[in-house]
Design a protein around this ligand. Sequence first.
Ligand SMILES: C[S@@+](CC[C@H](N)C(=O)[O-])C[C@H]1O[C@@H](n2cnc3c(N)ncnc32)[C@H](O)[C@@H]1O
Length: 283
Amino acid sequence: MNVNDKDYEEISSTAIVTSYPRTFTDIPYEKEIYNWLNNHCEEDVTLNKTLAPEIEARYKLTNKLLESSNIKQVLELASGYSSRGLIYSNKGYNYIEMDLEKVVNNKLDIIKSITPKVPKTLNIISGNALRDTDFKQCDKYFDKNKPVAVINEGLLRYLTFEEKKIVSKNVYNLLSTYGGIWITCDVTPKKFIKSQNNAMPDFNKNLNKVTTRNNLNDRFEDINHIKQFFGDIGFEVKEIHNFIEMKQNLYSINHYSIVNEHIEQSLEDAIVVVMQIRMKENE
Ligand SMILES: C[S@@+](CC[C@H](N)C(=O)[O-])C[C@H]1O[C@@H](n2cnc3c(N)ncnc32)[C@H](O)[C@@H]1O
């Protein structure tokens, strides 16, 4: 399939939308990262502090699940301006971030501006999650004898089901080679979009001005739909976690008091799943 990066570049500004709320958290480097973006990027996006608990919860829940897996090689797809790669490569993880070229170029400049020594185990590479050949770049950095955790926050929700299938097959092929797991909050059920709209009535309207790719038709109906969709590709959904699990750890709630009943409901309805390639019957 011919994949054209241009078709996806309109999604890239959403990475600023998700970077800003992390400044209302205790996640290291996030203020420095957002300051860089604020000084260097001209994109016209609406910023929303109320998004902080959701973005902080998905970030921290993903970290928790990564750590409990004991897997130390990570491919983060559509990593945007997240600090996770820098933090985990400093902890000794072999970490690859993959995003579209413009975001990657910004990210490399940001990392150089906030840390004098970029860890050798952090590799930030240009790639399109829909292009299978771009995944081959991982072979240069990963140890074939060790499993990989694939992570992504905020990519599949902007893709059609056909496109989600292509990304999922690419992840499947990578995990067939290395073994490992796929951790993602990117399985957005319709119920969550409803509660997100209650928590932030203008959020999705404003997002529609940033990208034409924020469509309700591209959301999963429910958990069964998620299991069926990924099951058809060959995955098994091993774990399902609600964002609300992280409530006690959310600085945005406990320090900045960014919370109300609608935000709490949205944290109840949003999920992170952990998937693995399904074993064949006789294995
Ligand atoms: C909502 S942002 C999320 C960024 C980051 N994960 C976060 O949580 O802040 C979406 C990201 O997806 C990236 N992206 C969009 N289409 C992509 C594609 N086809 N392949 C790889 N990355 C893509 C964008 O450039 C952007 O960085």
